[in-house]
Design a protein around this ligand. Structure first.
Ligand code: AMP
Ligand code: TRP
Length: 343
């Protein structure tokens, strides 16, 4: 049986990358699979979070899930800290994963930077908690943006080592689901940098709660290059993806085009066909209109939901109860396998 799990951190300012790389894909999977979507507040505190902001930021992610079309009756939406199984299984995985594996994690290196000695231990073992999130439900498929690929490989390594060490087939080896035309949305100010909430420039990203004017002005000011828009000749031999060297030469152009493709629900090939030879000014006008049309209603619905925190909190509480019921027997099984004494 397939089960979907994914998580988003409540660190404030959800952006277009989170939407196109992850949340939008969560929505489509509901039709065919049992889905569990988690606001990972325990991951968020691996770097400092203002305690006064953590609850509103948690509600913001839940609101984005619901406003984007995740149905809380059908799928499970909850926040991580309400289900103790995550922390319990993470401890066991801290004892399964090897230092060498974690030392290779590029996200830790990026986030800790030169401050490695001063980074929290939580930031270092972050991928073990992520493995616990997924495997506490024996989830089989995990939709994420491209930047999470390495963490999911670690989840696979943990599942395999646990199964080998304890001679069991307890955990599935999960499959990443990285799909859509915008699995890695880049900054609007610099096409070689990922769109990220930690970028100091507000103009680098479109936030899901931005109003129409902000969305349009961020697109108008987005960095471009002096050329006209590229056409289908930029496609690789597969006819689906942009050829690597072409993309490297004009990162801003291809980033904006992939955002257009993803938001319009059409392929990159069709999008390249449509705008081949166009001026950026005309293209940006169309991209701004499309973005406002697609993101505007989501932002408005998020604002409406965030104005009724009791409703959102009730959704998260109900989701947590349902999640805990699924995780409890897995934790019991793990205790037995490891040899912990107790009922
Ligand atoms: P985070 O906000 O780090 O918890 O990320 C939540 C989800 O959004 C993960 O699946 C990420 O892979 C995805 N994501 C974050 N930034 C981007 C981006 N710039 N492009 C595509 N996906 C992204
Ligand atoms: N690490 C993910 C991110 O930053 C968030 C996350 C935590 C997650 N636990 C997860 C994603 C489990 C998928 C599955 O984007």
């Amino acid at each position: 049986m397939s089960r979907i799990f994914s998580g988003v951190q409540p660190t404030g300012d959800l952006h277009l990358g989170n939407y196109l790389g992850a949340i939008r894909n969560f929505v489509g999977l509901q039709a065919d699979f049992e889905c569990i979507y988690c606001v990972v507040d325990m991951h968020a505190i691996t770097v400092w979070q203002d305690p006064k902001q953590l609850a509103p930021h948690t509600r913001e992610v839940a609101a984005a899930f619901i406003a984007s079309g995740i149905d809380p009756e059908n799928s499970i939406i909850f926040n991580q800290s309400q289900v103790t199984a995550h922390a319990e299984l993470a401890w066991v995985f801290n004892c399964v994963a090897r230092m060498g594996w974690l030392n290779r994690m590029t996200q830790f290196k990026e986030k800790a930077g030169k401050q490695r000695e001063n980074a929290s231990v939580g930031l270092y073992v972050y991928p073990n908690l992520m493995a616990a999130d997924i495997l506490a439900y024996k989830a089989t498929h995990v939709p994420v943006g491209e930047d999470q690929k390495q963490h999911l490989e670690l989840t696979r390594d943990i599942a395999i080592k646990f199964n080998n060490d304890f001679e069991t087939d307890c955990f599935p080896v999960v499959e990443p689901l990285i799909f859509g035309e915008a699995t890695r949305v880049m900054s609007l100010r610099d096409g070689t940098k990922k769109m990220s909430k930690s970028d100091p420039s507000e103009y680098s990203r479109i936030n899901l709660t931005d109003g129409a004017d902000d969305i349009a002005s961020k697109i108008r000011k987005a960095k471009t290059d002096p050329g006209e828009l590229p056409g289908p000749e930029a496609l690789a031999a597969d006819g689906l993806h942009v050829e690597g060297e072409a993309e490297k030469a004009r990162p801003e152009a291809f980033n904006l085009l992939s955002i257009y493709a993803a938001l319009s629900g059409q392929s990159m090939a069709v999008t390249l066909e449509q705008f081949a030879g166009a001026q950026f000014s005309a293209f940006k006008g169309e991209l701004a209109d499309l973005s406002v049309a697609k993101l505007g209603p989501i932002g408005e619905e998020m604002q409406r939901l965030m104005a009724s925190p009791d409703h959102v909190d009730a959704v998260l509480r109900d989701g947590a109860e349902r999640a805990a019921v699924i995780a409890a027997p897995v934790i019991k099984e793990v205790h037995e396998i490891v040899g912990f004494l107790g009922s």
